[in-house]
Unconditional design. Sequence first.
Length: 307
Amino acid sequence: MGIHFRGWGTAVPDRIVTNDELSATLDTTDEWIFERTGIRERRVGGSAGTLGLAAAQRALEDAGVTADTIDFVVLATTTPDNLIPATAPTIAAALGINAPAIDVNAACSGFMYGVRVASGLAATGASRMLVIGAEHLSRWTDWNDRTMAVLLGDGAGAAVIDAVDGPGDVLSFDLGSDGSLAHLLRCEHGGTIWMDGKEIFRRAVRIIVESAERAMSDAGVTSDQLALVIPHQANVRIISAACQRLGVDMDRAIVVLDRFGNTSSASIPLAVADARQRELLVAGDYVLMTGFGAGMTWASAVVRWSP
């Protein structure tokens, strides 16, 4: 059994925080932030639960299906509403879904981990899954720390995924983790998010390229055949460096972090939604979805897009 992306939905808070607004309280400028990150503004507000619920509702509507047809809910988040219980069951209940529901924490790789879980569920008999990536990173941000406050934003994205006969949309996966690098990006209980930015940059580019190359090799696809690269939206310099090493022009990379910042597990579905809105996704196109995150974790997939 394979999987098919049947519908997509996103949600972001109404509150927009611009670089100029942050510059009023931090020793920084719009020019400094944009030059180093590619970010102009970010959205702040809501919660993983409220944003995830809104994105899921829109995904169901886009798919043209009802909640009672969902067999399993997977919520990818690093910022659940509570330590206990998981946030996925509360979203499922609000949607009227009577099915298993779990949280998955693979940081910024989380949404692709969720898609991989959905693929495994399809192989073992589930017919329709709801995968959500939702983050409330502003809750765990030190707004006096200019190295982190300028990067992070809140948001959510969701996909309704159907099991189908044959290979389906996803031709290959490459997932992994290296816990020896956990110290590079962390948030303790009751603390705020911290990272070693320079080392993360160095590691992230290499991880993205190696994971993407393995996924493309397994799919039998070369970089020149890719119509689009849909990467985790961490930093435009990381995206640019990874694309350069993969031999992919930046005009084939979807970038939305200028408007949303780093939304962790929500960033890939937010980028997919942007590509769909701009009608950049064409049936039969090969698309590389790739992410990396704290852990460190990584996840890539080659998708043959179908409407």
